[in-house]
Design a protein around this ligand. Structure first.
Ligand code: SAH
Ligand code: SF4
Length: 355
């Protein structure tokens, strides 16, 4: 039997699991401290934890359910990891350096079924969801990489923007968040975590109802149904009307701002017309949205799309600003190392198939 990752349990789940086996809650607190504060790398390294408790855990759980397969470091400090899972699947995790701290971009699924026409991740259909443990383990592996450098650096921010649609793996994604925000452990503040979705409207509502103060980003990429359906086929099943209703629900329920992601594709969605339409769409909630204009990372297989010209990017930005919409042009990371989401993985798979 393949052992599950020890990192998959929230503190409550760990306590309950141990209690069922007659071990009191304070032992769970000791285990948790070893996992996330001392950051031991194996059960044998655990100290100060009841022997029976370590034995029980080690029979059922594992510290390492993935191996580092490739690591690429960029000149700007971006590090891209490719991990091999127990079943041989490859996933991507990225560490990025910002002025405000270190953020990690995690993967939530092996492949993606949403199949957006511009994205490298959707090139390979989803073969399975990641467990909560496999998502937390990505953070732990990156933190371990930082610990090895001895610079006392901590992962301070998380973006759930790697391969996969996080709202299509909802429960595991929520467990993951509950593990990493736990103040007794990694204690990454919920406001420093952003989950990005392609627009599963029902799940946006469910996410609002969780009461977790985590940021939400919506991959919109087009301001009308005709264009959005053309570039994101999910828009056919969930068009802008129910999506905008879910956005309203999110804003009123959480009173939080929502980030709107908009990739600029040359001569596709980067005209003045679309900038005006986008501004119209959010006129009634200007204070509650923040538009991120994203330079497109070209993907070999999607040759029909190119990055917008700098002049169009600036004109788009100016129009939104003039209309009172908060926006910024996203800074790029690791362009020299296959930065586009899912790109390293799809290239590596092609390379290994060819060998
Ligand atoms: N599935 C989720 C989260 C993962 S994708 C979602 O779609 O929101 C994270 C972000 O990267 C999305 O906004 C997505 O549209 C964007 N993205 C995908 N491929 C890209 C590319 N080649 N260049 C720039 N951004 C890309
Ligand atoms: Fe999936 Fe997001 Fe890529 Fe669309 S953009 S295919 S939802 S990972």
């Amino acid at each position: 039997m393949m052992k599950k990752s020890i990192y998959g349990l929230t503190f409550e789940q760990l306590s309950a699991w141990l209690l069922e086996r007659g071990i009191k809650r304070f032992h769970a607190a000791q285990v948790w401290d070893q996992l996330y504060r001392k950051r031991v790398a194996s059960f044998t390294e655990m100290s100060g934890v009841k022997e029976e408790c370590v034995k029980l855990l080690s029979e059922r759980f594992s510290f390492q359910t993935m191996q580092q397969h490739v690591k690429q470091e960029s000149e700007d400090g971006t590090v891209k990891f490719l991990f091999k899972l127990q079943d041989g699947n490859l996933i991507e995790t990225v560490l990025m350096k910002h002025k405000y701290g270190l953020s990690v971009c995690v993967t939530t699924q092996v492949g993606c079924n949403i199949g957006c026409s511009f994205c490298a991740s959707g090139l390979l259909k989803k073969s399975r969801d990641l467990s909560s443990g496999e998502i937390v383990e990505q953070i732990m592996n990156v933190q371990l990489h930082l610990d090895e450098r001895n610079k006392d650096e901590r992962v301070s921010h998380i973006v759930v923007m790697g391969i996969g649609e996080p709202f299509d793996n909802f429960e595991n994604m929520i467990d993951f968040i509950n593990v990493v925000i736990d103040p007794k452990g990694l204690a990454i503040g919920s406001r420093r975590i952003t989950v990005s979705t392609s627009g599963l409207a029902k799940k946006i509502r469910e996410f609002a109802d969780t009461g977790l103060n985590v940021n939400l980003a919506l991959s919109l990429h087009a301001p009308n149904n005709e264009l959005r359906t053309r570039i994101m086929k999910i828009n056919k099943a969930i068009p802008l009307e129910p999506l905008m209703e879910a956005v309203d629900y999110y804003i009123t329920t959480t009173n939080r701002r929502i980030t709107i992601e908009y990739i600029l594709l040359r001569d596709v969605n980067d005209h003045q017309k679309e900038a005006e339409e986008l501004a119209d769409l959010f006129q009634d909630k200007k204070q509650k949205v923040y538009v991120n204009l994203i330079p497109y990372n070209p993907v070999d297989e999607h040759g029909q799309y190119q990055r917008s010209k700098q002049a169009s990017v600036l004109a788009f930005y100016d129009t939104l600003k003039k209309r009172g919409i908060n926006c910024k042009i996203r800074q790029e990371h690791g362009t020299d190392i296959d930065a586009a989401c899912g790109q390293l993985r799809s290239k590596q798979i092609k390379k290994e198939k060819a060998q």
